[in-house]
Design a protein around this ligand. Structure first.
Ligand code: ADP
Ligand code: MG
Length: 404
């Protein structure tokens, strides 16, 4: 059996027109001989009636009054609505189909409600339904604990449901359908001249996703990479096949990829830069600072430690808490709120001289101050003020000729 997993995101399911498109993609792949498993998100985006954010608004204080276990019951509803609606639509067109919850599909998770991790997938139920020639619809973002409680996988979790199912079912391919034509060189909402990539490696898109490109969830990429399952990110609103994620690009594209040293640019906004000076006579500063952050579950990034002090970033919403903790430990931290982290990513970057020089050149030409920078073999990060972010993204995009 040749199995194909198709995942449809919120905007792909939110209107009748979009759902017609979804039906077409399913029917086409079925006709070409695939056994099709469909993973669905909740319909629409923030503000729309069944979107996950809207469901959250039904509980007081955005959820603090409801324990995580019960909160997951609510959060999982959006996908259930999508699955049932899509199932009825398929049946009405004479396409045999069945809809399953994550648990019903055999997706077992731990009991970290709200951010559950998939432990295993028992595929016999899905395989049986596929054997009956049915399209199997599975609610994304969802699993079940050993106790039988519904869990959710955290934001972007439907992408992970799709690649995890792809891995468990040994699918030939996982297609992530969304509202853009594929993976682009930067977020098209900010960089309008961003260009679609024909191919990216798992590591490149994994890095882009971790650094803020929300077109696919980083965990979903890891799962696909481990199982070596090719993923395509493509548009529900087109027949084009989008961007292929694999480590084995087709020969035709391998040539073009060879001399590409920057693949894409990603960004994360809403971060605060914190600086802590070492105190004379106290040699526990570094340890104290990072142990304190860890103990209070404040995630830190962009860490730069020297004998004279430590500089790092936290999300804006954690900044006040972090600063209060530091003061309580006897430090006198300073902070710059409202910063953005920009990442320039490329698998061919390592060993290439002059990449940093070009980044500095692009930003200096625009009068943008680099507040901090760091690099690894495939990524260079710079921290800038939020108000410079869009300008910086466009300048870097142009400097590396990514629009070509
Ligand atoms: P879905 O609901 O289908 O999961 P998402 O909103 O999660 O859709 O992801 C698609 C969005 O990701 C696009 O609309 C686009 O604005 C954004 N995005 C950010 N960075 C990129 C990128 N590098 N390439 C493509 N899309 C990107
Ligand atoms: Mg998404």
């Amino acid at each position: 059996m040749r199995i194909l997993v198709q995942k449809f995101g919120g905007t792909s399911l939110s209107t009748e027109q979009a759902r017609e498109r979804v039906i077409r993609h399913i029917a086409r792949e079925r006709e070409s001989g695939y056994a099709v498993v469909v993973v669905v998100s909740a319909m629409g985006r923030k503000g729309e009636p069944y979107a996950t954010d809207t469901l959250l608004s039904f509980i007081r204080d955005n959820g603090d009054s409801l324990p995580p276990r019960e909160k997951d019951l609510l959060l999982g509803c959006g996908e259930i609505i999508s699955a049932a609606a899509l199932c009825s639509l398929l049946l009405s067109r004479g396409i045999p189909a069945a809809a399953l919850t994550g648990g019903g599909a055999g997706i077992l998770t731990d009991d970290q409600f709200g951010t559950a991790r998939i432990r295993s997938i028992q595929t016999d139920r899905i395989m049986r339904l596929l054997g009956q020639d049915k399209v199997v619809i599975v609610t994304g973002f969802q699993g079940v604990t050993a106790e039988g409680d519904l869990t959710t996988l955290g934001r972007g979790g439907s992408d992970t449901s799709a690649t995890a199912l792809g891995a468990a079912l040994r699918a030939e391919l996982v297609d992530i359908y969304t509202d853009v034509n594929g993976i682009l060189t930067a977020d098209p909402r900010i960089v309008t001249e961003a260009k679609q990539l024909a191919y990216v490696s798992y590591t490149e898109i994994g890095n882009m996703a971790r650094q803020g490109a929300k077109v696919i969830h980083p965990r979903a990429v890891e799962v696909a990479q481990q199982a070596r399952i090719p993923v395509r990110v493509r548009s529900t609103f087109s027949e084009e096949t989008g961007t292929l994620v694999t480590d084995a690009p087709p020969a035709a594209q391998a040539e073009a990829v060879k001399d590409r040293f920057v693949t894409g640019i990603a960004h994360v906004s809403g971060v605060t830069q914190i600086s802590v000076k070492a105190i004379e006579g106290r040699n526990d500063m570094q340890l104290q600072v990072f142990q304190t952050m860890a103990k209070h579950h404040i995630s830190v990034d962009f860490i730069n430690v020297t004998p004279s002090g430590a500089v790092y970033t936290v999300f804006d919403q954690d900044a006040e808490h972090a600063l209060a903790l530091l003061r309580a430990s006897g430090f006198a931290p300073t902070a710059v709120q409202g910063c953005a982290k920009i990442s320039v990513i490329g698998g061919g970057m390592s060993g290439q001289p002059g990449v940093m020089a070009r980044i500095v050149e692009a930003l200096t030409e625009q009068g943008i101050t680099i507040m901090q920078s760091a690099d690894s073999n495939m990524t260079i990060w710079v921290l800038v003020q939020q108000e410079d972010m869009a300008k910086a993204l466009r300048a870097l995009h142009a400097k590396f000729d990514l629009h070509r």
